[in-house]
Design a protein around this ligand. Sequence first.
Ligand SMILES: NC(=O)c1ccc[n+]([C@@H]2O[C@H](COP(=O)([O-])OP(=O)(O)OC[C@H]3O[C@@H](n4cnc5c(N)ncnc54)[C@H](OP(=O)(O)O)[C@@H]3O)[C@@H](O)[C@H]2O)c1
Length: 327
Amino acid sequence: MKIVVPGGTGQVGTVLRRALTAAGHEVVVLSRHPRRPGDLAWDGRTRGPWTDAVDGSDVVINLAGRSVSCRYTPANMREMMDSRVDSARVVGEAIAGAARPPRLWLQMSTATIYAHRFDAPHDEATGILGGSEPDVPDYWSYSVDIARNWEREQEAADTPHTRKVALRAAMVMSPDRGGVFDVLSKLTRLGLGGPVAGGAQYVSWIHDRDFVRAVGFLIDREDLAGPVNLAAPAPLPHRAFMRALRKAWGVPVGLPATRPMAALGAFALRSDTELLLKSRRVVPGRLLEAGFAFDRPAWQEAATDLVRRRRGGAEIPSRESPGAART
Ligand SMILES: NC(=O)c1ccc[n+]([C@@H]2O[C@H](COP(=O)([O-])OP(=O)(O)OC[C@H]3O[C@@H](n4cnc5c(N)ncnc54)[C@H](OP(=O)(O)O)[C@@H]3O)[C@@H](O)[C@H]2O)c1
């Protein structure tokens, strides 16, 4: 297949490009700063020569968006929103204008669209979208607004010949440098991998190879459209999540952090505490119902595998993009 991947230079793009290329597909990445042979230039906002690559392609997987691992300044928040909404809109325009449109458009979304919640998991049918939780900082609703607007842009696109799926992805855990697993691993190996703010908040995650397998499954399953949760079936509280990561690295202790300590740490890492403190209890209802079987459904085994691959170092180039999740 010919697969076009706007924003495919970041963490998720690196995982996907590696797997799709190895499987024999032609992958065309769209980037604002193309560096590798075959990558095409775009600005993420306007149509240009890159739309020729969409015309006649089989699948488009749009990953573009300003990293959410940043300080939530007004300018950064605006860019987080605009980069996602604008890129989804212009990808939709390119597909709508294609003489031979792709049969599938996978649009990245996020598990963050769901409400901060502890009592029950969110699947696609019964999950509650966030934005009106009473007990969280007001600004958290902005991340939900971004996700809603992002998905709305895809829904609104007039692309009758193209199946559309919104990927409500949890944190994609890969051994590559600069990704979230790398950041958490560094903290853990420094002895800082303890629970944050009590550690009761849930962590949703997906192993990189299951993420790739789920994308392949969605490409094949022509009956699936609309929002699909890409998360392992067993999200777990942050405290247990970090305990398993410490065990995988063989680190006996992890210093716990209070909320103010987390705020300081996030500031130092040029990030925001929402990424750590929001309880994301998200499960893959539609994937399981459709018969998808996870290779790594449990975090302890997934973490052990990721540590083994990281130590082996075989497949782990540095991140390609400066727009990556920062440490
Ligand atoms: N990583 C995860 O675990 C995870 C989980 C759920 C959802 N997501 C979402 O999935 C997408 C991909 O994630 P990722 O971790 O691969 O992100 P990433 O490493 O930050 O890469 C995203 C890519 O988007 C492009 N980009 C950045 N700012 C842009 C802008 N203003 N306009 C247009 N393009 C821009 C960049 O490519 P160029 O600089 O080459 O143009 C960058 O490489 C993101 O939208 C993210 O929010 C990620």
